[in-house]
Structures are given as structure tokens and as C-alpha cells.
Design a binder for this molecule. Structure first.
Ligand code: 13P
Length: 333
């Protein structure tokens, strides 16, 4: 298969009505935090056990088209001794991989951060592809205040995202382009809209500069919400603000926009996605690429006990099903 055909077949598998992406690519410190919250020590074996059980959830592929894995998981076998990528394929789910190596302070820009991971990425992509990954993810992070993010951070992160996306496409791997505008802080929904618009507009400038093919990327943005320290906005207000921004800055050539949950509760993330999809047809599909909002209930139900596997899988299936419904505007609370 040539590269374009390969990219196209992967994007078609990922962007399907009623389906979205499960982000299970927590880095070692992040998964340790999630496990700690349910009283589980994060060891390599426990991570394997947990991820193996959620990916084995019967029927998961009905609502989940792709799973983003952490590097460690891509080389692990399930509890039944099947390579995790094969297990996902057997569920009709496309395996993907987080390829950035995390964020650090951006030099000469106090309060801003920049994502690392381009060095050696071409070689790593070959390895991941041989292990079965067909798409990738890179997350840029933007802190919000009256003055943040700086122009410098907006431009530097966009450049990294575009270089990553171009590299992925050159290897036949679909890039998920994730500019996460953080929910932390006391900013208003208007400030969130302003930052998201500036950030996403610059990402598309950079993608165009690097000749990234927009038809075979997925954009993974934040929803436009007030900061966590403020009163919550209604789903209708979140939907209106988010779509107003996206319509201004995301070309219609982009097939899919899959939101991150970013600290919204599982219910909020579902209701807000549904509110957007209740507003009628948009130029792109609007779905989910949630981490916490899909997994939190399953993690609580599991709590590290193999005996809780059925309960954890039931919880996983439920959130997947409800978000699948929200991705077509058919969710009923
Ligand atoms: P959350 O949905 O928990 O924000 O995670 C999505 C993700 O992949 C962040 O990079």
C-alpha cells in the first residue's frame, strides 16, 4: 500500500460515526497518580493487568475506534499472552502510540511550557509501526492567565506539532495533533475562547508551512470552558463557545476533531460533547479522545483486584457507549 492509501485507510477506521478514541497513554508518573487514587501501586505488572483488562472489554470496538498506548504497553502482552496491539486489532480497534516525551519549561518564557520528543522520532516511528501502531499522538500544553501563553509559546509549540505531524505522515502514520489549553486557573470562558483561537490558528499555520496533509490528521483540542476555579458553564454555553472558535480556525478538510476531557468529570465530558453534536451537522466529525473521562469509573471499580474485572469492564463499556451516543448527539442523561 502506498503511504497515502495507508493514511486514508487508517483515518477512515478512526473517524467513524458513533465511535471515538480511548487515550490510555498515561506516562509512568501519570498512571502512578491514577492508580494511587484507587489504592494501587503502579508496577509494570499491574499496569499490564489493568490495561489488558480494559482493552479486553467485550464489545469495546462498537464505540472505540482507536486506542492511544504508552510505549511500554505497545511492547507488552495481554494477560492471555497476546501482544496488546493484536488484542486491540481483534476488537476492531486501531492501535496508536503517544510519541512525545513530555513537557518542560520553555526557556525565556516564564510560565510557558514546550513539548519534547522530535530527536530520534523518525527511528522510533519505524519501531512503533513494526509493533503494530498505525497512528500517533503529540500533546502540546498551554497554561492560561491574563498574559499566558506568550506568543513565543504559541509559535514554538505549533512548530513542534507540525514537524511531528509531517514526520508521522511520511511514515504512513496518522498524527493526532493535540494542543491542550489547560483548564487550570480562574480564567473566564471568553479568555479560554481567545486562547484556543490563537493557539489552534497558529497550529494550522504551522501545519500548512510544513505541508501536512490536513485530510489525514485528527485534531485533539480542549473544549472551550471556564477555568476550573470558576463557576461551570452550561453544556449549551460550552458547545456554543467551542464551535464558534473551531469554525473560525479549523479547515473543513480536517476529517475529525476528537476532544480531550482535560479534567472534566466523565458526565460533563459526555454531556458537553452531546451538546455540540445536537447543534446539527458541522464540517468535521466531533467525537472524543478521552483519558480520564473514559477510564475513571473503570479504575474505581477495579481497584487493583482481579475479581473486580467484570465490574471494571462494565464501567468501561458504559462510558464508551454513552460517549459513542454523544458523538452523534443521541445521548440521553
Ligand atoms: P484526558 O481526557 O484525561 O485529558 O486525557 C486525554 C489525553 O490524551 C491527554 O493527552
Amino acid at each position: 500500500m502506498n503511504i497515502y492509501a495507508e493514511l486514508l485507510s487508517t483515518i477512515q477506521a478512526l473517524v467513524q460515526p458513533g465511535k471515538g478514541v480511548l487515550a490510555a497513554d498515561e506516562s509512568l508518573p501519570t498512571i502512578a497518580k491514577r492508580f494511587d487514587a484507587v489504592g494501587v501501586e503502579s508496577t509494570e505488572d499491574k499496569r499490564r493487568e489493568y490495561r489488558s483488562l480494559i482493552f479486553s472489554t467485550p464489545g469495546l470496538g462498537e464505540f472505540v475506534s482507536g486506542v492511544i498506548l504508552f510505549e511500554e504497553t505497545l511492547s507488552q502482552n495481554s494477560l492471555d499472552n497476546v501482544p496488546i496491539a493484536k488484542l486491540l486489532e481483534s476488537q476492531g480497534i486501531v492501535p496508536g502510540i503517544k510519541v512525545d516525551t513530555g513537557k518542560k519549561p520553555l526557556i525565556n518564557a516564564p510560565g510557558d511550557e514546550i513539548t519534547y520528543g522530535l530527536d530520534g522520532l523518525d527511528d522510533r516511528l519505524e519501531i512503533y509501526k513494526n509493533q503494530g501502531a498505525r497512528f500517533a499522538k503529540w500533546r502540546a500544553v498551554y497554561n492560561v492567565s491574563d498574559t499566558l501563553p506568550s506568543r513565543q509559546a504559541v509559535e514554538a509549540n505549533a512548530e513542534m506539532l507540525a514537524r511531528y505531524a509531517a514526520l508521522c505522515q511520511s511514515k504512513g502514520m496518522v498524527p493526532i495533533v493535540e494542543p491542550e489549553v489547560l483548564i487550570d486557573g480562574n480564567h473566564t470562558i471568553e479568555r479560554s475562547a481567545e486562547v484556543n483561537e490563537a493557539v489552534i490558528a497558529e497550529v494550522f499555520n504551522a501545519l500548512r508551512r510544513h505541508r501536512v496533509q490536513l485530510e489525514t490528521i485528527i485534531l485533539k483540542p480542549s473544549m472551550v470552558t471556564p477555568g476550573k476555579a470558576c463557576a461551570k458553564a452550561s453544556p449549551a454555553a460550552v458547545a456554543e463557545a467551542t464551535l464558534r472558535v473551531l469554525r473560525k480556525v479549523v479547515p473543513a478538510a480536517v476529517p475529525g476533531i476528537n476532544f480531550l476531557s482535560g479534567g472534566q468529570t466523565p458526565e460533563e465530558a459526555t454531556i458537553n460533547l452531546n451538546a455540540m453534536n445536537s447543534l446539527g451537522q458541522q464540517p468535521w466529525s466531533l467525537s472524543f479522545s478521552y483519558g480520564r473521562a473514559l477510564q475513571e469509573p473503570a479504575q474505581k471499580a477495579w481497584a487493583g483486584e482481579p475479581g473486580n474485572t467484570p465490574a471494571a469492564q462494565t464501567a468501561m463499556f458504559k462510558r464508551a457507549r454513552l460517549n459513542g451516543a454523544a458523538s452523534t448527539g443521541e445521548y440521553k442523561a
